[in-house]
Design a protein around this ligand. Structure first.
Ligand SMILES: Nc1ncnc2c1ncn2[C@@H]1O[C@H](COP(=O)(O)OP(=O)(O)OP(=O)(O)O)[C@@H](O)[C@H]1O
Ligand SMILES: [Mg+2]
Length: 306
């Protein structure tokens, strides 16, 4: 199997600040690969290095077998949808497509056919003369994706493509991503929506520039030890203060998810027999990606072992 991306000890420093701190990756071709992490964790910086837009401070990476310094040759095979800027809002839909077509060196009948295809792909045939600023968030992101794939790249980097998009359009967007990977295109997608990890074949968790884990969502969930319970009630904060250091509770960890308290225990626990939990509702839950991420951060895990 060919690797779409192979990276080793990638580092990016901005002055004295290390934004990406020794990341190693092996992303197989044809998969949907998710980069998950909080704001400022280094997702965009990693993606921009892998696209050949930002030179690493140290380390090495091959993208489709090519070194990052390959320049034009690499960019011709790579599609990139940036987090901050990808479309001109004061140009029409068709003008934005034209602009990208020009950047990718398309011309003549080939260019017309491909831009028409992308209008259809984005469901914007009737909006070709509309100003891009008048499109909904979901439509705009589909157009941006259409622009990023005009030149039929083998590998697609999408930086927060579902940011500012409503939940229904987010789901739609993911089904478009799947349809692209069916023919072997690799999609590398960053998001800070933890639930979007479920859409990925593999997920890399990144925190403070470091890779905490890189695995399938299923295997990541299996790494959670013990039994996870969700406790809801009027004052879970006080509850936690009362039970935090109580001997006899099989506690591994406790975290808040909004007003709900998640308790990770070594063993099964009968809450109904414990007066401290009177008035609270408790249920055993399957760990979400957020639970897994929080656990990995707290245990200071590194890729390959938790
Ligand atoms: N050009 C730059 N100069 C200095 N610092 C930078 C630069 N680009 C990014 N950083 C810093 O590097 C860190 C990682 O930024 P990055 O944009 O990669 O994070 P991110 O995970 O994409 O965050 P977000 O979820 O907010 O998009 C941040 O602390 C950011 O402020
Ligand atoms: Mg970012």
């Amino acid at each position: 199997m060919t690797a779409a991306v192979e990276a080793d000890a990638l580092v990016k420093k901005f002055g004295a600040f290390t934004a990406v701190d020794g990341i190693a990756l092996m992303i197989p071709e044809g998969c949907v690969f998710g980069f998950l992490g909080p704001n400022g964790s280094g997702k965009s910086t990693t993606i921009r290095m892998l696209c050949g837009l930002l030179a690493p401070t140290s380390g090495r990476a091959l993208v489709l077998g090519m070194p990052l310094s390959s320049g034009r040759e690499l960019r011709a095979r790579v599609g990139y949808m940036s987090q901050k800027f990808s479309l001109y809002p004061d140009l029409t839909v068709a003008e934005n497509l034209d602009l990208y077509a020009g950047l990718y060196g398309l011309s003549g009948a080939g260019k017309r056919a491909r831009t028409d295809e992308m209008l259809e792909f984005a469901g914007l045939e009737d909006r070709r003369r509309s100003l891009t600023s008048t499109l909904s968030g979901g439509a705009r992101q589909k157009l941006a994706l259409g622009c990023a794939i005009l030149h039929r790249p083998r590998i697609l980097f999408l930086d927060e493509p579902t940011g500012g998009v409503d939940p229904r359009s987010r789901r739609e967007f993911w089904s478009v991503i799947y349809s692209l990977t069916r023919d072997g295109t690799t999609a590398i997608v960053t998001t800070h929506f933890m639930d979007e990890a479920e859409h990925c074949d593999r997920v890399a968790f990144i925190h403070s520039g470091r890779l905490l884990a890189d695995d399938s969502p299923h295997s990541l969930r299996k790494r959670m030890p013990g039994f996870l319970y969700e406790i809801s009630g009027h004052d879970t904060m006080t509850l936690l203060r009362d039970i935090a250091h109580r001997p006899g509770l099989p506690m591994i960890d406790a975290s808040f998810f909004g007003a709900k308290l998640h308790l990770l225990f070594h063993s099964e626990y009968d809450f109904s027999g414990d007066p401290a939990f009177a008035g609270y509702e408790s249920k055993r839950i399957t760990p979400s990606m957020e639970d897994v991420f929080v656990r990995l951060v707290k245990s200071g895990a590194h890729a390959g072992g938790a």
